[in-house]
Write a protein that binds this ligand. Structure first.
Ligand SMILES: NC(=O)c1ccc[n+]([C@@H]2O[C@H](COP(=O)([O-])OP(=O)(O)OC[C@H]3O[C@@H](n4cnc5c(N)ncnc54)[C@H](OP(=O)(O)O)[C@@H]3O)[C@@H](O)[C@H]2O)c1
Length: 231
């Protein structure tokens, strides 16, 4: 079974997502307080975003190298999970938790045995989503089957959102629209799916709800119109 997928983001009016120059105090609260109102069994982010939460130190190479089979590994079952799309294994861990969520790494078979040894030692769970590239539909099915995840909240950044959008796997989009124009050329936007105009059609939404929050912000909830994103 495919879990229900809600993408949740804080964006400027021009769709930028990095908040370096926005100038809000407590800028985390605009994202987090709204995210907390969306019930989900897991949140999922891209490797770049997860590096804000994972270990800053690369561990020393294991004293004894062993060949670890490229098979899914369940380190722990939990009520809630933090999932990272990390195809070549760049995130390192001191613990298998981010706050109250158990960490699941989504990998390709390109990762080394010593990286898998590191994850096993820390009891971080991992699933394989493909040999060289990720089959995101397969990844979602594995998250459901192995961890009983029924609803996933994708929390960015733009590249991970874009790849799930392009694969037609997002059911709902939740946008906290910040009252700010960013204008920084070349920085990630809410959805980074593809360069130029390809054969892909833009994804259409219908409005589920709209709410004015924090005085000048809008919280927009959309449902994806299905069957409009396929090539
Ligand atoms: N405003 C908000 O609500 C919000 C929310 C979250 C994050 N952010 C910000 O967004 C920025 C990061 O965004 P980002 O778009 O640069 O990065 P990102 O989406 O967090 O991570 C991108 C990376 O994830 C991996 N990845 C994602 N989809 C993949 C796929 N289909 N197949 C293989 N690998 C895949 C790749 O890792 P490899 O490079 O290792 O191959 C890729 O480079 C940060 O500054 C963060 O603070 C903002």
């Amino acid at each position: 079974m495919k879990p229900y997928v809600i993408c949740h983001m804080l964006g400027s009016v021009d769709g930028r997502i990095k908040q370096n120059i926005w100038g809000f105090k407590d800028h985390h609260k605009y994202f987090e307080e709204t995210a907390a109102k969306i019930k989900a069994d897991a949140w999922l982010v891209g490797r770049v975003t997860m590096e804000e939460f994972s270990s800053k130190r690369k561990p020393a190479a294991p004293a004894k190298r062993v060949v670890v089979p490229k098979e899914d590994f369940v380190g722990k079952l939990s009520k809630t999970y933090a999932v990272v799309i990390d195809p070549s294994g760049k995130c390192y861990w001191d613990t298998n938790m981010v706050s109250t969520e158990h960490v699941i790494e989504v990998l390709t078979e390109r990762v080394s045995s010593s990286y898998l040894q590191h994850l096993r030692e820390k009891q971080v769970s991992y699933v394989f989503g493909g040999q060289d590239t990720l089959d995101l539909a397969l990844v979602l099915r594995k998250l459901n089957k192995l961890f009983n995840i029924k609803t996933v909240r994708i929390d960015g950044g733009g590249h991970v959102n874009g790849s799930f959008l392009k694969a037609g796997l997002i059911d709902e989009f939740s946008l906290v629209l910040a009252p700010v124009a960013d204008g920084t050329i070349g920085q990630p936007t809410v959805f980074e799916a593809e360069e130029g105009f390809g054969r892909r059609k833009a994804t259409q939404f219908t409005l589920k709800s709209v709410k004015r929050i924090y005085k000048d912000f809008l919280w927009l909830r959309y449902l994806v119109v299905k069957g409009k994103t396929k090539r």
